[in-house]
Design a binder for this molecule. Structure first.
Ligand SMILES: CC(C)(COP(=O)(O)OP(=O)(O)OC[C@H]1O[C@@H](n2cnc3c(N)ncnc32)[C@H](O)[C@@H]1OP(=O)(O)O)[C@@H](O)C(=O)NCCC(=O)NCCS
Length: 223
């Protein structure tokens, strides 16, 4: 019997693979990260949209150029959830300055508006039915509460999704004036009553607020 055979519970030592520091860094991607999106994320966003919407109805809330448009104009109103560097869920929003949504709201960002128009929430197919959509929405709404100028969030959705958004605290506002092809939508809204402390510190830039809120909320919801 060989020496190795006589010691069955001792596994042979394997020398560690020789890797450069650059390659090692690839393995240190955060397991879970929530951050604002940027234009480099646009393709990943659109891939999720393509599967979630285009393969189902032939269209999607934001086309690739519109994703880039909003991520250029107002990245601070987007939020992406990444698992080991891969986008698994996202929200894209922009500011709107009227009581109700109209067709213009689909393409415009109104920097002086106090309403956040949530254009799209989507979760990657393989990560659905795990509660990620509601968790991301919750974090997004908590983040909005830190922004001094934001008073409410609105979205338009198909009727089948009304209960989903109601569970996140949205209320029905009424029939939406916007139609896409033969689809009709319900408009829903969520009141944003921010933290007084954060509102008083309105000079803080939005990204700073995002970091502060994200850290607090990371602790709260453990992601
Ligand atoms: C809708 C969506 C964001 C939900 O996210 P999720 O992480 O899968 O959410 P959950 O797993 O926590 O499901 C939450 C609830 O929503 C329901 N739900 C999910 N997708 C639904 C849909 N398309 N229609 C109706 N209800 C839906 C689930 O059945 C679940 O109900 P329950 O709490 O009674 O079990 C996700 O399914 C998705 O990205 N869908 C495709 C894109 C889309 O439709 N986005 C919304 C319009 S912008």
């Amino acid at each position: 019997m060989s020496v190795a055979g006589a010691q069955p519970f001792i596994k042979p030592m394997q020398s560690p693979p020789s890797v450069s520091p650059g390659i090692q860094r690839r393995h240190t991607l955060p397991a879970s990260e929530v951050r604002p999106l940027n234009t480099q994320d646009a393709t990943s966003v659109f891939e999720i949209e393509r599967e979630a919407f285009i393969s189902v109805s032939g269209d999607c809330p934001l086309h690739l150029d519109e994703v880039r448009h909003f991520l250029t104009l107002c990245p601070e109103f987007s939020m992406g959830w990444f698992e080991e560097g891969r986008l698994v869920a996202f929200i894209i929003g922009s500011l709107w300055d009227k009581d109700r949504l109209s067709a213009e709201a689909l393409t415009l960002h109104k920097p002086r508006g106090s309403t956040v128009h949530i254009h799209v929430l989507a979760v990657h197919r393989t990560f659905r039915q795990q509660g990620k959509g509601p968790i991301l929405m919750w974090r997004y709404l908590q983040y909005l509460r830190c922004l001094p100028s934001v008073r409410r969030a609105v979205l338009m959705c198909e009727d089948v999704l009304i209960p989903f958004y109601q569970k996140s605290g949205f209320k029905v506002l009424g029939r939406c004036a916007i139609t896409v092809a033969n689809l009709t939508f319900t408009e829903m809204w969520y009141p944003i009553s921010g933290h007084a402390y954060m509102r008083r510190n309105s000079e803080t830039n939005n990204f700073g607020v995002f970091l502060i809120c994200s850290r607090v909320l990371c602790v709260v919801c453990s992601i």
